[in-house]
Write a protein that binds this ligand. Structure first.
Ligand SMILES: Nc1ncnc2c1ncn2[C@@H]1O[C@H](COP(=O)(O)OP(=O)(O)O)[C@@H](O)[C@H]1O
Ligand SMILES: [Mg+2]
Length: 265
């Protein structure tokens, strides 16, 4: 395999009951590449992410991922009984060096003042920034983001998108961002893929100049194409809200079995 490849997925299958939720998915992600994965609710986006994160197993195919990988979920999943900094470094070896690394990550997400704050007193956006800091201190080669902005208000969501874009430019992990927000995908990603009926029906480079502006004709054309690929046909498919308020939305699932066939690059 090429040294430039961070993730290699080939013929990936995952079957629940009689339904093949993932039915031969092929996807490569290069080192430092940011890929957005779009798909309607229930198409298997979270399932794919969980397999990459070794939280679920596959039923066939090949999955190669870096060992250093972390997932950020829609909800921050902080430990309520630990202060913010202790949440960031949870699970890491204790000591001054670790605390300094944790503080640096908190500074990067703009929350250094909240190192000793309890999670319950944070806003939704702040809590999600702590979750990001917790992911960053592990210096992942692969960052898996499962609709991390979906629960935030519109303004906070845009700020978080900017922050994640900036942090990914600095740290250069490979990123797989699951979202049902077409605009978010185009704004952030180097490549966008659409999951439908168990397969990727689209996988294309986002050829829109940065900073990306929704009024750019190239942005608008890609948005129309992606909405069509998602199965959203509107007379005026000019807003991503057509997707998020219509048939395309998010869903959650509960933890399942242990990993069996996820290889490490
Ligand atoms: N552990 C499981 N057992 C049975 N069905 C599951 C399990 N996990 C997910 N599914 C089903 O697989 C489908 C895809 O789920 P999911 O990956 O959460 O979709 P998405 O994230 O795209 O909304 C859904 O129909 C869901 O109910
Ligand atoms: Mg999901």
């Amino acid at each position: 395999m090429s040294a430039e490849i961070a993730v290699h997925i080939e013929g990936l299958r995952r079957v629940f009951g009689t339904r093949a939720v993932l039915d031969g998915v092929d996807l490569d992600i290069a080192r430092g590449e940011f890929v957005a994965l779009l798909g309607a609710s229930g198409t298997g986006k979270t399932t794919l992410l969980r397999i990459l994160g070794a939280l679920d197993r596959s039923d066939g195919g090949t999955v190669l991922v870096p060992e250093a990988r972390t997932i950020v979920f829609q909800e921050p999943r902080l430990v309520p009984s630990k202060r913010v900094l202790d949440n960031v470094v949870v699970g890491l070896p204790r000591g001054r060096a670790t605390r300094e690394i944790g503080l640096r990550a908190l500074t990067e997400v703009g929350l250094e003042r909240h190192a000793r704050t309890w999670p319950a007193t944070l806003s939704g956006g702040e809590a999600q920034r702590v979750a990001l800091a917790r992911a960053l201190v592990r210096e992942p080669e692969l960052l898996l983001l499962d609709e991390p902005f979906a629960a935030l208000d519109a303004l906070t969501r845009m700020r978080m998108q900017d922050l994640v874009g900036e942090l990914c430019r600095v740290h250069r992990p490979a990123v797989l961002l699951v979202t049902h927000d077409v605009e978010e995908a185009i704004r952030l990603a180097d490549r966008v893929a659409v999951l439908r009926d168990g397969n990727l029906v689209t996988d294309q480079v986002v050829a829109v100049d940065r900073p990306r502006d929704p009024t750019d004709p190239a942005f608008a054309a890609l948005r129309r194409r992606l909405l069509a690929d998602l199965g959203v046909h509107t007379a005026d498919a000019s807003t991503a809200d057509a997707a998020s308020s219509g048939s395309v939305s998010s869903s959650r699932l509960s933890p399942s079995s242990s990993p069996s066939s996820t290889g490490v690059i």
